[in-house]
Design a protein around this ligand. Structure first.
Ligand code: SF4
Length: 251
């Protein structure tokens, strides 16, 4: 049936969709020539390039990124990333650590100071506590995989910004595709809420199973929170027992 909606927004939408179909992801928005008799107010100051996806209200990070054959190839492709301002302030890019054949993937929110210095996730005091938790589960960091949603440290360990998460999370998704773990454990509020796209408090998300990318996911406290609030350790251990029981049941 013929589309009778020929409004300007609809015509613009169709033109941009056609542009995307042709593989053109950006528009050059030029400063218009001044027209005699018309005020210059409201004219753009400079020419600029805008993403077509952004015009649709969709982050350019939502675009389909290429798939890679291995974690090494993926790392090599993205380790110089400057997609968000954190690329300019990081010391080291923090990709992930562990076994590429791991059944269990832990996901935190972002590198801290020690991680930024050494280029490895969870190596500060919180990381040492995670190692002790793993040991209590009769696991080691060589048997699991550990990564963060953000690969670069936010200054002063502030919470990641939504735009930083949107730009960086496709990298985590590709890591998950390559690892194909049996189970995921999200560590901490920011990681859990970002992956589940929710604002539900962590206390209401833990102690039950969720899914991320079709993979069963459990949520528990971030080890850094356990250092500040040791009372959360009991609940965390209950979560870890749930995680270990399901993992063992999958072998
Ligand atoms: S945080 Fe992620 S998106 Fe931002 S520069 Fe680092 S790798 Fe790139």
């Amino acid at each position: 049936m013929k589309n009778s909606n020929n409004s300007i927004p609809e015509l613009l939408r169709r033109a941009l969709t056609a542009q995307l179909d042709m593989g053109l992801g950006e528009l050059i928005v030029a400063k218009p020539e001044p027209r005699p008799g018309l005020p210059e107010m409201g004219q753009p100051e400079v020419s600029r390039v805008v993403s077509v996806m952004d015009l649709f209200g969709q982050s350019s990070a939502d675009q389909k990124l290429p798939n890679y054959d291995s974690l090494e190839a993926h790392y090599a492709a993205i380790c110089q990333c400057q997609q968000c301002p954190l690329g300019a302030t990081r010391n080291k890019f923090v990709y992930g650590v562990g076994s590429p054949d791991a059944d269990l993937l832990f996901i935190g929110e972002a590198p801290g100071a020690e991680e930024d210095r050494l280029g490895e996730p969870f190596v500060g005091r919180a990381g040492q506590l995670l190692d002790r938790i793993l040991a209590a589960m009769q696991l080691s960091r060589q048997q699991v995989y550990i990564a963060n949603i953000l690969k670069c440290r936010p200054p002063n360990n502030r919470d990641p910004l939504p735009d930083e998460m949107a730009k960086c999370s496709p990298y985590l998704d590709e890591q998950i595709r390559l690892l194909n773990p049996k189970l995921i454990c999200a560590l901490g509020r920011v990681s859990a809420q970002t992956l589940l796209k929710t604002t539900t408090p962590l206390g209401k998300l833990r102690n039950r199973w969720h899914e991320y990318q079709g993979i069963p996911m459990l949520i528990t406290y971030h080890p850094a929170a356990l250092l500040r609030f040791p009372a959360y350790k009991k609940d965390t251990w209950e979560d870890m027992k749930m995680l270990k029981a399901r993992l063992d049941g999958m072998k």
